[in-house]
Design a protein around this ligand. Structure first.
Ligand code: 9MR
Length: 366
């Protein structure tokens, strides 16, 4: 038993951590307290206009960053052959200057995808050859541009449904499962030193996970590089059960890869989801779904803290296999959950408050 697992030990760690994280000791950051890299998603707006204080906070507390939107196909190649790298370049320069490992998100995803990518001039699905060529051009150009600078790429995002079937995306309709193999092949050719990931949400579904594990084995059997399965982990106060995620971690590790927690947030609000991160689902605003616009009641804050502590205890248990835990945003103010799946709510899913203060219970995660 380590000293961390006794309550006196925990109190000691919390006290020391509190001191180290206070303004008086600016050299230490949150990431120093975890056995895996601690990452954060950063928005385009933060890179473009955030005050220096906010950027300094990110650089101090996290040692990995994921651009929240800047590297998606819609941002990088809005029209065929027209690449826009200004924002992404700024991002990569900034992260590099602060010695943060950069995660590229994302090469192939059915969402935030410009229509031209998979369609022909009349709006129908394009041919196999055209799609493969477009994928190759996009991946080669984007991965190639940041060769040696981006640590790892989410090569394919959200290709599997909760029932274990492949999502009927344009990519799948045109190429079948092979679109995934092709994407990994192109990415590896463009930067052989770069880590490559398959990323998805809803890993409480054993059927979904079985398909992902089979995919990992298939890619490996073909000699393709895949380093980790990314588990997004957009979760709620009571759902999903941690045990289901533990099963998922084991399954992926058995398939021969590491695991990364790629988009962690814990919504404190009543659950309007049917699936944890299907952004195609939207719900009308209803005050009952937004009960705490002026701050969380103490008991909900406590439930949030306890739930976060449970998740981090799980991550620590598998630290040998967990490469990185990335929060999907710095502060509650920035979270996508304020607007999905219901617009205009006030959620509290992250480690920093709207005022950019580290929540007082974060030391319980150490
Ligand atoms: O956080 C992102 C938000 O700003 C975008 O509007 C949204 C659009 O698709 O994408 C969000 O990020 C998603 C990520 O790229 C993939 N997994 C689910 C995330 C939350 O929707």
């Amino acid at each position: 038993m380590t000293s961390h697992s006794t309550s006196r030990g925990r109190l000691y760690v919390a006290l020391v951590a509190g001191l180290l994280l206070s303004a008086a000791a600016p050299a230490r950051g949150l990431h120093d307290f975890f056995p895996f890299r601690l990452g954060v998603a950063v928005s385009n707006a933060q890179i473009a206009d955030a005050p220096e204080r906010e950027l300094a906070l990110i650089a101090r507390h996290f040692n990995s960053v994921t651009p929240e939107n800047a590297l998606k196909p819609q941002s990088l190649q809005p029209e065929e052959g027209v690449f826009r790298f200004e924002q992404a370049d700024r991002y990569v320069d900034w992260a590099e200057a602060h010695h943060m490992k950069i995660i590229g998100h994302v090469l192939i995803w059915h969402s935030q995808l410009p229509r031209w990518f998979t369609r022909d001039a009349s709006g129908g699905l394009c041919s196999r050859e055209t799609l493969l060529k477009r994928m190759e051009t996009h991946i080669t150009t984007v991965v190639g541009r940041y060769r040696g600078r981006i640590h790892g790429w989410d090569v394919v995002n959200e290709a599997v449904e909760a029932d274990g079937s492949y999502r009927q995306s344009d990519f799948y309709k045109i190429l079948g499962e092979e679109f995934i193999d092709a994407a990994f092949r192109f990415a590896h050719a463009a930067d052989p030193g770069c880590e490559l990931y398959y990323n998805d949400y809803g890993n409480e579904s054993a059927r979904k996970n079985a398909t992902i594990a089979a995919l990992v084995r298939r890619l490996k059997a073909k000699g393709l590089r895949i380093d980790a399965v990314g588990m997004q982990t957009h979760v709620q106060l009571k759902t999903p059960a941690l045990a289901a995620y533990e099963d998922a971690i084991r399954l992926f590790v058995d398939a021969g890869v590491k695991v990364a927690i790629t988009e962690l947030d814990v919504s404190a609000l009543p659950n309007a989801w049917e699936l944890s991160a299907d952004i195609s689902q939207n719900y009308a605003y209803d005050a009952k779904l937004n009960p705490w616009p002026d701050g969380l009641p103490a008991e909900v804050e406590e439930a949030l803290a306890a739930r976060y502590a449970d998740w981090f205890a799980l991550f620590r248990k598998y630290a040998a296999h967990i490469d990185r835990v990335t929060l999907w945003g710095l502060s509650d103010r920035d979270s996508w959950l304020n607007d999905f799946p219901v617009r205009g709510r006030t959620d509290y899913p992250l480690l920093f408050s709207r005022e950019l203060k580290l929540k007082r219970w974060v030391t319980r995660l150490f």
